[in-house]
Design a protein around this ligand. Structure first.
Ligand SMILES: [Ca+2]
Ligand SMILES: [Ca+2]
Length: 343
């Protein structure tokens, strides 16, 4: 009898499995094992997912730190920040054929209304940025700084806001900052002060740069009067770099100058033209639509941003109130910085 029981099991187990397979209760075996390439692709996907997870966690950690209310609520003036109130108004943005130096992307001179807002008197300085980096432990990630060196532009190994490729003390404008680097500073500042700073829109920037003027530059149409009002590609730069085309005047600086070294415009804003290009919070459009009036809704979104004002590197045609350029948000340049705005 015992032998018969064993036999029943031997006979019944395979029959039971066949029954399950037919009923679909046991998963069918794969036709072929995965190839080496498929296994490698799967591993790579897993690595990417792990990396993304780590980055998300790091971002959350940093954001949580920024969002924690500051116990003191520092006065911005304690950090060397001076804001000028800019009155509400209407102005003609852009340029047309009446400006002999006009570029196509400035055309469509159009009326824009701007609400009252505040704009920083100066570009953010290297010293102000250093205070943020020290306090926050911020470490910029990504590509190094695209710099002008030995007569050529290129990525210089090790170039960053501390070492932009030329001498700068703490009173000079910070350069080699991507849009993300500028926004990280602003997040930190908002946390420290309990206030809400931001970058200006492109329309706010031009309205403030013009300060009620319609000429090419806030001092008038003559480019060679620049050296009283702006640090530009002047005769000093010509001597240093053997450039052909420069402003025919001497401002005394081949690279950046300490902020506020030149005369301000009628809104008491310094270096709106020249010294360093300035990030705006507006998406760039080749032809003006409405984006110039708005901050892009997602600060960290891709897509080119409008930058304004020209810099120490720029010839007369680039240093005008209406001139505009565009950059990828991740780019760092040793002639590009930023300035704060506030509602
Ligand atoms: Ca200069
Ligand atoms: Ca500037």
């Amino acid at each position: 009898m015992y032998r018969n029981i064993i036999r029943v099991f031997r006979l019944s187990i395979p029959a039971f499995c066949v029954g399950l397979l037919l009923a679909g209760s046991v998963p069918a075996l794969a036709d072929e094992p995965p190839t080496l390439q498929e296994l490698m692709d799967k591993r790579e996907q897993e690595r990417k997912a792990e990396r993304a997870k780590r980055e998300t966690e790091e971002q959350k950690r940093r954001q949580a730190k920024v969002n924690t209310p500051s116990p003191k609520g520092l006065n911005p003036a304690d950090l060397g920040i001076e804001m000028m109130r800019i009155p509400a108004g209407e102005f003609l943005m852009g340029s047309d054929g009446s400006d002999k130096e006009v570029f196509d992307n400035e055309k469509l001179k159009h009326k824009v209304t701007v609400r009252a807002f505040s704009l920083a008197k100066y570009e953010i300085t290297k010293g102000q940025y250093a205070a943020f980096v020290k306090d926050q432990g911020y470490y910029p990630s990504g590509q190094s700084c695209y710099s002008y060196k030995n007569g050529l532009w290129g990525y210089q190994p090790g170039a960053d806001w501390r070492k932009p490729g030329f001498p700068q003390d703490d009173s000079h404008p910070v350069v080699c900052v991507s849009l993300g680097d500028a926004l990280a500073y602003i997040d930190w500042l908002n946390h420290k002060t309990g206030q809400t700073f931001r970058l200006p829109t492109e329309a706010e920037w031009e309205y403030a740069a013009r300060a009620g003027t319609n000429a090419s530059r806030f001092w008038g149409d003559n480019p060679d009067a620049a050296c009283r009002y702006a640090n530009v590609a002047d005769l000093t730069a010509k001597q240093a770099f053997s450039w052909d085309s420069v402003f025919n005047c001497t401002d005394g600086f081949a690279y950046t100058a300490p902020v506020g070294s030149f005369q301000p415009n009628a809104f008491h804003l310094y270096d709106m033209l020249g010294n360093v290009w300035e990030w705006t919070c507006s998406a760039y459009q080749d032809k003006y639509g409405d984006d110039e009036k708005n901050c892009i809704s997602n600060n960290h979104a891709n897509g080119r941003r409008a930058v304004r004002g020209g810099a120490w590197y720029n010839i007369p045609q680039d240093v005008r109130s209406a001139n505009r350029s565009r950059l990828a948000p991740t780019l760092r340049l040793n002639n590009l910085g930023f300035r704060l705005a506030q509602d």
